[in-house]
Structures are given as structure tokens and as C-alpha cells.
Design a protein around this ligand. Structure first.
Ligand code: NDP
Length: 334
């Protein structure tokens, strides 16, 4: 049976994604709810406390965060900080004995991802990555069509995701805080989409960086990447990401007998899908509410999450291989 009391979630880092998406989604969830916040900005603490009726004792700064260990109202800590800070806060949440959701990409390096997984294993708590599209009907349909070869085996794939970055969140072009540029932030959706549609990992990657159109903005990170993922059966995925231009948000697979495609593919809503047989006619759903309720259900029923830390590590390893391929101009085995 289901516990009557929803699990308490504390959001760590009250930026655009927490404010615009996760906190509103936590008003729609059934198995979990917003119970606390961790912020470095006192004005946000005051605003959120009032807006969401949070008790003072459930409001933390980065300095007081570790005291969350003593707070039974908080079951789940959700890390929504710049990527370079994910590892530190996941490890601190693990030491506090909390279940953890960490936003994508998991961390700048595979080495940090391994440390995070080890810390969560030691804590004996559940750990997932904020891969919201695994809970989205059009993406679930791409997984089904591709993995079950409904329209025949996949012969090639295309994935594009990128936008013209206006420096509204400067950490995104800071190598330390972001781990990299658009490949880490947006390209990861292409990697994810290709892998779950094909239902296999690539055996190698090739890549090249786009020109640095704005050398000041892109001082530390790439402006864009074009890359290919090669599969054991000869299938190739052609992918593209950018911070210098708005790209189509697109995921497409060509099969022996037809195709399936999402466009727009990767947004919080408005996803549209079609196959060579016609429109998918699937609903758009509140992705983040589904994602967080699924994680709460995994905790309550002690079942594994579909989007574990190991998947986050796997993707960061692929991103590292793509960077290496772009830097060397060589094909890199994965
Ligand atoms: P923002 O810059 O809007 O928010 C980040 C927040 O982190 C800040 O507002 C701040 O909150 C806190 N913070 C703590 N230290 C720093 C620092 N040194 N520099 C900047 N911020 C700091 O970023 P987003 O909300 O867009 O992204 C946050 C995370 O969520 C990233 O990991 C990103 O990849 C992920 N994300 C995932 C999405 C998805 O669809 N799954 C979509 C968008 C983002 P405070 O003032 O409270 O301390």
C-alpha cells in the first residue's frame, strides 16, 4: 500500500529551474511535496517561505545545509545547482542520509560521478538524475518503437538541441561551474534520446567543434558541437548542439520500413511526434511532477529508479568521449 503522507522534498538552489518548473510541479505531485529549501540568497528564502508556507526550520543556507540530517520533514534532497557543484552537494546529502535527485548533467567528470554513486551506495539511499523525458509519453513511444523495432530496425538517427545563449546564467559558460558548454547542457538530451531510441550504447564517436562566433562569451567553453555516434550494427546518429544559434529541437530515427520523429522534441511541453504511419496523437503531461512522483514511488515501494546515478555516469562518459573526439579530430571508442 501507499503511505498516506507525501514524502518531503528540499530543493537546493533556487534558480530558474527550481522557481519556474520544480516548485510549481511539487504542487501537483501526489507522493511528494515541497517541504524545504536550501539557498544562498536570503531574499529568496523569505519569498519562498511565504509563498509556499514553509516552516523556518526547513530553510537552510549552504552553510547550515548539513543540519538537514536532523530534519525528519525532509526525505528527498533535489540538487538544482550549477553542474560543478553537484558532486559536493550530493555527497553532503548522502552523509545526511537523504534520498537524492541530482539535475543533469550529473557532474563535469566521470570521476566525480563515481564518487557520487559510491557516497549514495554507502548511505543506502535512492539516487536518481533529473531525466524528465523518461516520464514523457512521446519519448516513451520513441523508446518502444525503437527498442521493439516496431517499424523495423533503426538505420540512422538525427538529434539536434541548442539555443542562442544570452548569458542570463553566466555559470553556463564558466568551465568550472558548467563542466563544458552546450554539449553538457543541451547535447546531453541528444545523447539520451539516441541511446534510448536505439536501445544500445554506441561503440565509437566522432566530433568537431563549431566556430567560436563570440570569443568573449565562449572564452572557456565551446560554442557548439557536431558529432556522430556509431553503433555496432553500423547505425550512425548525427547530432548537433549549440549556444550560438537556435537549433531545431529534434529527435528522429529512420528505420528499414519508415521513420519516427519528435519535433519539437525536448521542451517541458509542446512535444509533437509523428511516424511514417502518421501523427502520434499523444498527450503532453506535467513531466517534472511525473518524474518526482515516480522517484517517491521507488522509495515507498523500494524499487529501482529508471534514471539512476549509473545512467548519469554513463552519459558523462559519452560526453567526455565526444569532447575527446572533437579535441583530437579522431574517432574515439566508447
Ligand atoms: P540558475 O542559474 O537559474 O540557478 C542556479 C542556482 O544555484 C542559483 O540561482 C543559486 O540559487 C544557486 N547557486 C549556488 N551557487 C551558485 C553559483 N556559484 N553560481 C550560480 N548559482 C549558484 O540555473 P538553472 O536553474 O537553469 O540550472 C540549475 C541546474 O538545473 C543545472 O544543473 C541545470 O543543468 C539543471 N537544469 C535542468 C533542466 C531540466 O530540464 N532537467 C532545465 C534547466 C536546468 P540560490 O540563490 O538559491 O543560492
Amino acid at each position: 500500500g501507499q503511505s498516506a503522507k507525501p514524502l518531503g522534498v528540499a530543493l537546493v538552489g533556487l534558480g530558474k529551474y527550481s522557481t519556474g518548473q520544480l516548485a510549481p510541479a511539487l504542487q501537483q505531485t501526489k507522493l511528494c511535496k515541497l517541504a524545504g529549501i536550501v539557498t544562498g540568497t536570503p531574499a529568496k528564502a523569505a519569498q519562498w517561505r511565504q509563498q509556499y508556507q514553509l516552516p523556518e526550520k526547513n530553510i537552510y543556507s549552504y552553510q547550515t545545509f548539513d543540519r538537514i540530517v536532523d530534519n525528519p520533514d525532509i526525505d528527498i534532497v533535489y540538487i538544482v545547482l550549477p553542474v560543478g557543484l553537484h558532486a559536493e552537494y550530493v555527497e553532503r546529502a548522502a552523509r545526511a542520509g537523504k534520498h537524492v535527485i541530482c539535475e543533469k548533467p550529473m557532474a563535469p567528470t566521470a570521476e566525480e560521478c563515481r564518487r557520487m554513486i559510491a557516497a549514495m551506495q554507502k548511505a543506502g539511499k535512492k539516487f536518481s538524475i533529473g531525466y524528465r523525458l523518461h516520464f514523457e509519453p512521446h519519448h516513451q513511444e520513441m523508446m518502444r518503437l525503437g527498442q521493439q523495432q516496431v517499424l523495423g530496425p533503426i538505420k540512422s538517427l538525427v538529434a539536434d538541441n541548442g539555443f542562442r545563449f544570452n548569458n542570463d546564467t553566466p555559470w553556463r559558460v564558466d568551465k568550472e561551474l558548467a563542466g563544458g558548454g552546450p554539449l553538457m547542457d543541451m547535447g546531453i538530451y541528444c545523447v539520451q534520446g539516441v541511446v534510448y531510441t536505439k536501445g544500445q550504447l554506441p561503440v565509437s564517436v566522432t566530433a568537431s567543434f563549431a566556430p567560436k562566433t563570440d570569443p568573449v562569451l565562449f572564452k572557456e567553453v565551446e560554442a557548439g558541437v557536431n558529432w556522430q555516434m556509431q553503433f555496432a550494427d553500423g547505425t550512425v546518429a548525427e547530432c548537433r548542439t549549440s549556444y550560438a544559434e537556435n537549433l531545431n529541437s529534434r529527435l528522429r530515427a529512420n528505420t528499414a520500413q519508415g521513420f519516427m520523429e519528435l519535433q519539437p522534441a525536448f521542451g517541458y511541453g509542446g512535444i509533437q511526434g509523428r511516424t511514417s504511419q502518421g501523427a502520434m496523437n499523444l498527450p503532453n503531461v506535467p513531466q517534472q511532477a511525473r518524474q518526482m512522483d515516480d522517484f517517491a514511488a521507488c522509495i515507498l515501494q523500494n524499487k529501482p529508479t529508471r534514471v539512476p546515478g549509473e545512467m548519469g555516469l554513463r552519459d558523462v562518459q559519452l560526453l567526455e568521449a565526444i569532447y575527446r573526439a572533437a579535441e583530437t579530430g579522431r574517432k574515439v571508442s566508447t
